[in-house]
Write a protein that binds this ligand. Structure first.
Ligand SMILES: Nc1ncnc2c1ncn2[C@@H]1O[C@H](COP(=O)(O)OP(=O)(O)O)[C@@H](O)[C@H]1O
Ligand SMILES: [Mg+2]
Length: 270
C-alpha cells in the first residue's frame, strides 16, 4: 500500500492532507499519531477508497483506489470506524454482519460459517438477533471489529481503537492487534493514546496539520521531545520522568518501565 504525494481538501476548503508520502509494507503494524484534527481519520479513509485524493495517488496492491470501487478495495482493506455506530444500519447483529459478505458474493453457507466464527471470537453469540444499536459501547466496538474480521481482509485499519475503553478492554485490544499481526496481517491504527502506542511499539507516522512530521520506529519518534511538542502530543510518562533525570546523566530514550529502571540503576551504581 502506497501513498504518493497525496493531498486531500474537503468541500469546505479544509486542507486535511498535504503531500503525504507513505509506504505501508505487508505484515507491519503502523500507528498514525497526531493531535485532533491532524488528519488521521482522513488518511485512514483513503486506505479503503472511501475518500479519493484530490491530488496524488493511493495504490492498494498496485491498484489506484481512484480507478476502482470501494467494495473492491474493502476486500483487501477493512476499516473499523472510531464510532462503531456509524457502521450500523441493519436491524440485527446477524444481518449487519451478513451485509458486506453478501456484497462480496460469498455463498449463504460460507456467510453463516464466517458469522458464527466471528460472533464466537468476539463473544457476541447471544446477540445474533439483537439490534446492533442496543449493545453496550464495548460490545458495539467488538461488533465493528467482528464485521470486518468476518471477511478477513489482509489489511486492517482501526480508528482510535482505545477511546472509551477501560483498561481490560485496552489489554484485549492490544492482544488482538498482536494476534492479527502474527497471522501476517498488516494493521494500521490511528491513535493519540501515547501510552498504548508506547506499549505496542509499532512504526509511528506522526501527523501535524495534514503533513507527515516523522516516520520511524516508536522508540525514536515517541522519545523525541521537540517532535512531540511540534505535534502537540505529550510524551509517554516514562519518557517524561526520565527526561527530568537527564541532568544526572540518565538516558531517556526508553519506553517501558523495565528499561527505565535499568537506565536509572546504571547511573546510581556509577
Ligand atoms: N467531513 C468533513 N468536512 C470538512 N472538514 C472535515 C471533515 N472531516 C474532517 N475535517 C477536517 O479535516 C481535518 C482533519 O480531520 P481528521 O482527519 O478527522 O483528523 P483526526 O482524525 O486526526 O482528528 C480537520 O481540520 C477537520 O476539521
Ligand atoms: Mg480521527
Amino acid at each position: 500500500m502506497v501513498f504518493e504525494a497525496v493531498h486531500y481538501t474537503y468541500a469546505s476548503g479544509v486542507e486535511a492532507l498535504r503531500d503525504v508520502n507513505i509506504e505501508f509494507r505487508d505484515g507491519e503494524i503502523v500507528a498514525l499519531m497526531g493531535e485532533n484534527g491532524s488528519g488521521k481519520t482522513t488518511l485512514l479513509k483513503h486506505m479503503n477508497g472511501l475518500l479519493k485524493p484530490t491530488k496524488g495517488r493511493v495504490l492498494v496492491d498496485g491498484v489506484d483506489t481512484a480507478k476502482t470501487s470501494v467494495a473492491q478495495v474493502s476486500m483487501k482493506v477493512g476499516l473499523v470506524f472510531q464510532n462503531a455506530e456509524d457502521m450500523f444500519f441493519e436491524s440485527s447483529v446477524y444481518d449487519e454482519m451478513a451485509f458486506a459478505l453478501k456484497n462480496f458474493g460469498f455463498t449463504e453457507e460460507k456467510i453463516r460459517r464466517r458469522i458464527e466464527w466471528a460472533l464466537k471470537f468476539f463473544e457476541l453469540e447471544e446477540y445474533e438477533n439483537t439490534s446492533p444499536f442496543l449493545l453496550s459501547g464495548g460490545e458495539k466496538k467488538r461488533l465493528a471489529m467482528a464485521i470486518i474480521m468476518a471477511w478477513s481482509p489482509p489489511v486492517i485499519c482501526l480508528d482510535e481503537p482505545t477511546i472509551g475503553q477501560d483498561s481490560l478492554q485496552k489489554e484485549k485490544m492490544m492482544h488482538m492487534i498482536k494476534m492479527l499481526n502474527s497471522q501476517g496481517r498488516t494493521v494500521v491504527l490511528a491513535s493519540h493514546d501515547v501510552e498504548f502506542i508506547a506499549e505496542l511499539k509499532p512504526r509511528v507516522v506522526l501527523l501535524s496539520a495534514g503533513e507527515v512530521l516523522a516516520d520511524g520506529p516508536c522508540e525514536e519518534v515517541l522519545t523525541d521531545m521537540r517532535l512531540l511538542e511540534r505535534a502537540s502530543l505529550t510524551p509517554p510518562q516514562v519518557v517524561a520522568l526520565l527526561k527530568r533525570l537527564e541532568d544526572l546523566g540518565v538516558d531517556y530514550r526508553v519506553l517501558d518501565v523495565e528499561g527505565a529502571v535499568e537506565k536509572i540503576l546504571k547511573v546510581i551504581r556509577k
